[in-house]
Design a protein around this ligand. Structure first.
Ligand code: ZN
Length: 225
């Protein structure tokens, strides 16, 4: 009870301190949008730091579809393919990579931190929140604690079989879809079990999407790294 009170008190202090420094956008959302605001934030709380996953997690693979036209918008939304997450999410992902490595698998990242204006651009192209996050709410990706990913076989470096391709918004991507192929079901389960073991929550509609449950601690951001 006492610890709970202390934590709540600290959070109130923190959230106020950060919210004060971040101007509200047209939807009334606090979106951090300058390097100066970011520096202030990480000075107050080092867990807010965004880390480059390729530096932080040895051997991690990526296939950043939004830097190509091979994505659901058919447009190139990123100019770079760097993948970043907040420190606690990067730490958890590092533990996932290590656990999977012992079983012969590695992580394949499709998307991680996503600047807020990219979420706005996606929603303009596909204005349906079944497919793209509504900018009036923002996304866990804008907070740097959501990640889209799959696995590769370490022996072949090839992606494992999953129920669908990335960003396939059909029922087959849902958690309660039962794949006919037991290998596909096992791959999806291994990814989900391992991600969950290290603190991530999975999506019920996108097998590739995971996020930290305390995402509200991390403000929406709109800066490129
Ligand atoms: Zn996602």
């Amino acid at each position: 009870m006492r610890i709970f009170g202390i934590i709540t008190g600290l959070c109130a202090l923190f959230c106020q301190a950060t919210a004060q420094n971040i101007p509200l956008n047209k939807y009334g959302l606090a979106v951090l949008s300058s390097k100066q605001q970011y520096d202030q934030l990480i000075k107050a709380d080092s867990n807010q730091r965004l880390v480059n996953l390729e530096h932080y997690i040895p051997g991690i693979r990526k296939d950043v579809r939004y830097a190509t036209t091979n994505n659901f918008t058919k447009q190139r939304l990123y100019t770079k393919t760097d993948i970043y997450l907040r420190l606690p999410a990067a730490k958890a992902l590092k533990a996932v990579q290590e656990a999977l490595r012992k079983k012969g698998y590695g992580l394949l990242i499709y998307d991680a931190y996503r600047p807020y204006h990219v979420t706005e651009a996606m929603f303009k192209i596909v204005p349906n929140d079944l497919y793209a996050a509504d900018p009036r709410k923002g996304s866990g990706h804008n907070r740097g604690v959501a990640v889209d990913l799959s696995m590769v076989h370490l022996k072949t470096n090839q992606p494992v079989a999953m129920p669908t391709d990335f960003d396939d918004f059909t029922f087959k991507a849902h958690q309660n879809y039962n794949p006919a192929d037991p290998v596909v079901a096992a791959n999806r389960k291994l990814l989900r079990d391992t991600m969950t073991q290290f603190g991530f929550k999975g999506s019920s509609t996108e097998w590739w999407h995971y996020y930290l449950p305390d995402y509200k601690r991390y403000p929406l951001m709109d800066i490129f790294f």
